[in-house]
Ligand binder design. Structure first.
Ligand SMILES: [Zn+2]
Length: 270
């Protein structure tokens, strides 16, 4: 199997002791490339540092998660522009709206979201989007910028059929995590995942969060890892009535295309 995990929070503390082993284990289990999610200015920088050490396997996104919108200041935009110019950076985000927990006030989230859509348009990089309990506002703003964006993914999609259709109408890609492996809260997703065209589907673990609930035997630690991505792929295939190979090759091709991961930067300097 050859899979791409488009969302791993590899800068997180829970990986401090064994980060390299976690990447090695993922590669051994068939995950050939990993995108490290940037969620703050400093952690986007860290994502770049990590990905630069293994440039063919690791890539970075640069952005500010809605939870951290209140940390944005006057210098943030310029800083993100600089970071986005780094060759390992393949998307702007994680950005969007999260009115579920409102760790940052909604007004600041809206500003941060628009600022990063502008940034993505300016850099012509795809957006890596997060949305919870904010669908209407999220789509309204996204529609406004859509024509100037090169593309994007609504990551960790867990919404309704109507929300899914709205994203597909905007020609967005859809990221599916181990949420789909949950026999209770993933039930709706298991049904509507069949509506996602194969060339718009992406898979991700969102590790260390969202450990798939149906892994057997159950891992001792509750920490999710990119090595469990094949498990997400198998569950998606089962729900869609496709083979695992079909889902694996389609999602890998789509990730390579959307995020331009096959472009061999090293060849340029040779
Ligand atoms: Zn997210």
């Amino acid at each position: 199997m050859n899979l791409i995990d488009i969302g791993v929070n590899l800068t997180g503390k829970s990986f401090n002791k064994d980060r390299d082993d976690v990447v090695d284990a993922a590669i051994s289990s068939g995950v050939s490339k990993i995108m490290i999610t940037g969620t703050t200015e400093s952690n986007s920088e860290q994502a770049i540092v990590l990905s630069s050490k293994r440039p063919k396997e690791l890539f970075a996104t640069v952005g500010v998660h809605p939870h951290h919108a209140s940390e944005i200041n006057k210098s943030t935009y310029g800083k993100l522009v600089d970071l986005a110019g780094h060759e390992q950076v393949v998307a702007i985000g994680e950005c969007g709206l999260d009115f579920n927990r409102n760790f940052s006030p909604p007004e600041q989230q809206l500003d941060a979201y628009e600022m990063q859509l502008e940034l993505a348009a300016e850099c012509q990089l795809p957006v890596f989007l997060h949305q919870r309990d904010a669908h209407d506002k999220f789509v309204k703003i996204l529609s406004k910028y859509r024509d100037s964006l090169s593309g994007g993914v609504v990551h960790c999609f867990t919404g309704s059929r109507g929300e899914l259709r709205a994203y597909l109408d905007l020609e967005m890609h859809i990221g599916i995590t181990g949420w789909i492996c949950d026999e209770r809260r993933g039930k709706d997703l298991q049904e509507i995942v069949t509506e996602i065209p194969m060339d718009r589907l992406l898979i991700e673990t969102d590790a260390p969060y969202l450990l798939p609930r149906n892994i057997k035997p159950k891992p001792k630690s509750n920490r999710n890892e990119p090595k469990y991505l094949p498990h997400v792929c198998e569950t998606v295939a089962l729900c869609m009535g496709k083979t695992v190979d079909e889902v694996a090759s389609a999602t890998t091709e789509t990730a390579n295309r959307l995020f331009n991961l096959e472009y061999d930067k090293n060849n340029l300097t040779e």
